[in-house]
Design a binder for this molecule. Structure first.
Ligand code: NAP
Length: 264
């Protein structure tokens, strides 16, 4: 039996088990997906132990996405982002960041090219993944964050990117093609980091927030005529990418999407 899992804290509300097990069932794989919650100072022994026990791959979530880096051989993208959300344990542990592909594949799935001018709001983990992913896909990236020095530090690392405060959003979005909300604003609340007046019909808007699925940002974006993409699409495609990396097989995207949305 193949064993995959999620390591983080807390993990009990994760919907990754349902999403991945739907893939195993669809492809008739003898595999399980488990959730693991080690103590914060026990990440090293936990990764070593999982590897020794024959676990094939791990997703990594808060609070371990950065601290797992020195425990694995990161690929160049994960190293640039500075965070790992997927570990391949089939040999020496390697670290990957599939949140980045989660962003680009979510756009592509909606027939939106991840290119043109992209505004990324947020400069934390999701913001870093989105900014590198979109710049690598050829977009001209503008980063806006509440804490401007954090946006500046990220813009320095991302080719061609520039940094702004949230007060510049209206101006930044006027001629933009893509918008990603990579802040936690809107999570479990009816707030938005983007003024409604800045939204327009030529935008495709991806909200990384997936609780609720229809955030205020997406509601206002739809009202402005924009293409809207909810956070479950990013979550889906980071999982699809991890599945494909671990197994070398094409993921059953529709089955994973159905299971994910039923579990959210
Ligand atoms: P993080 O590293 O803690 O970063 C949080 C970001 O939100 C920072 O840019 C922070 O700005 C900003 N922020 C927080 N409160 C704010 C406020 N009141 N006003 C303006 N900005 C605020 O978190 P993360 O891991 O990047 O996650 C961000 C969101 O993305 C979460 O909702 C998470 O669930 C979601 N996410 C979704 C996926 C997916 O697959 N859909 C994947 C990863 C993350 P400062 O720098 O100024 O603090």
């Amino acid at each position: 039996m193949d064993v995959f899992g999620l390591i983080g804290s807390p993990v009990e509300h994760s919907v990754s088990p349902q999403m991945h097990e739907a893939a195993y069932e669809t492809l008739e794989m003898d595999a399980r997906y488990v959730t693991l919650e080690p103590a914060e100072d026990a990440l090293g022994p936990a990764v070593d132990g999982a590897s020794a026990l024959g676990v094939d791959g791990l997703n990594v979530t808060i609070p371990f996405k950065e601290s797992v880096l020195p425990l694995v051989e990161p690929d160049p993208l994960a190293e640039r982002i500075g965070a790992v959300n997927t570990v391949d344990l089939s040999g020496e542990p390697t670290g990957h960041n599939t949140d980045a592909a989660g962003v680009t594949r979510a756009f592509e799935h909606h027939d939106v090219s991840p290119s043109g001018t992209a505004v990324v709001v947020g400069a934390g983990g999701a913001g870093r993944a989105a900014a590198f992913a979109l710049a690598d896909a050829g977009a001209d990236v503008r980063i806006a964050n509440r804490t401007v020095p954090r946006a500046e530090a990220l813009a320095e690392a991302v080719s061609g990117a520039d940094a702004h405060g949230l007060d510049a959003l209206e101006e930044l979005l006027a001629d933009a093609d893509l918008l990603v909300n990579a802040t936690s604003v809107g999570m479990e609340s009816d707030e938005t980091p983007v003024p409604a007046a800045a939204l327009h019909g030529d935008l495709a808007v991806l909200d990384a927030v997936y609780t609720p699925l229809e955030t205020r940002l997406l509601r206002e974006a739809a009202a402005a005529g924009a293409t809207t993409i909810d956070g479950a699409w990013m979550l889906l495609f980071q999982g699809v990418e991890a599945f494909e990396l671990w197994t070398g097989r094409s993921a059953p995207v529709e089955a994973m999407n159905r299971a994910l949305r039923a579990a959210l």
